[in-house]
Design a protein around this ligand. Structure first.
Ligand code: AMP
Ligand code: MG
Length: 299
């Protein structure tokens, strides 16, 4: 994740809570890093096709959720796109495009159907060479854990922002809902064009504008289309999903970028409790039914 953590917590245990939340986020980051050879996610990949790996409860749960969102998004959310992400990242850092055969090879290791989450928190990737990457859901999962942690410590009003992955607990201390900004995906960084009034929910935005590779002067999304094996190039400029669960909002936001505007609205409508705002490449804002009137535009 390697994320900047911003927290606003009100209550007597606020300071201690903030420190513990950061520790918890770091712990999950260490379990799930694709760069640390000793992370659980790396171990799962290393033993792919060989044997199940004992993992912590959080890793087993996060992988189960990821499998669920793979089905719910009809394959758009696919954590087994890990090898494709690595391929594009490495090729981009060498200033070149991956070749078709490299893409096809990496694609042959994709498929969330091959992830087996077994009783006793054991995980087995059935295909040798397969890899997984929780980058599209991990921050959301971590934000949910932080919220639970706040509640257990008697906190009733808090906000945590993990690099664009916002979770709010209760209302602000002044009794008003929290305001979560929506950025202009085409404007200067962090240029807010509107906001959502939020209470006890998570607001997560994905978009190719926030992280991308550049190859020969052209920008490529960090989100992979699991069908083509290439970076997505849909008409979704940014997808903001609101849901009581941050892991849900995180996975759906990533899936929306893959799915395109039309299918995104349908996708969000199909998930109970989820709402969303999609900004398309023409700058139009598409808002799901339950959110109509609740997105406040500046200007
Ligand atoms: P997010 O910023 O939440 O949209 O997640 C993007 C990250 O998720 C990428 O940097 C990859 O680590 C991973 N990823 C890329 N493509 C996908 C995909 N189609 N499904 C799930 N995770 C993905
Ligand atoms: Mg995501």
């Amino acid at each position: 994740m390697g994320t900047v953590v911003e927290q606003e917590i009100y209550g007597i245990n606020a300071e201690r809570c903030a420190e513990s939340a950061v520790q918890e986020i770091n712990r999950l980051q260490n379990l799930w890093s694709t760069f640390l050879p000793l992370s659980e996610i790396s171990a799962i990949g290393r033993y792919a096709g060989l044997r199940p790996v004992d993992v912590s409860l959080e890793t087993a749960l996060a992988l189960s959720m990821a499998k669920g969102y793979h089905r719910a998004t009809r394959g758009a959310f696919d954590i087994t796109s890990a090898r494709l992400s690595a391929l594009w990242r490495d090729a981009a850092s060498g200033g070149r495009h991956p070749s078709r055969s490299e893409i096809d090879e990496a694609l042959s290791f994709a498929g969330s159907g091959n992830i087996a989450v077994l009783p006793g928190n054991r995980v087995f990737l059935r295909k040798k060479g397969q890899r997984v990457d929780l980058g599209g859901i991990g921050k959301g999962y971590a934000a949910d854990i932080c919220r639970e942690f706040y509640i257990q410590n008697g906190i009733r009003s808090a906000m945590i922002n993990l690099g664009g992955n916002v979770q709010v607990l209760g209302r602000k201390p002044d009794g008003l809902p929290w305001k979560v900004g929506i950025c202009d995906p085409k404007g200067p960084r962090d240029n807010i064009i509107g906001y959502i009034e939020a209470e006890d929910c998570s607001v997560v935005t994905s978009g190719s504008y926030e992280r991308y590779y550049e190859i020969k002067g052209k920008r490529y999304s960090h989100i992979i289309d699991p069908v083509t094996g290439g970076p997505v190039s849909t008409d979704v400029e940014s997808a903001t999903v609101i849901s009581p669960s941050s892991a849900c909002a995180d996975a759906l936001a990533t899936a929306c970028v893959v799915s395109g505007t039309g299918r995104s609205v349908e996708l969000i409508d199909g998930i109970p409790g989820a709402e969303g705002v999609i900004i398309d490449s023409n700058g139009y804002m598409h808002v799901t039914k339950g959110l109509k009137g609740l997105v406040k535009l500046l200007k």
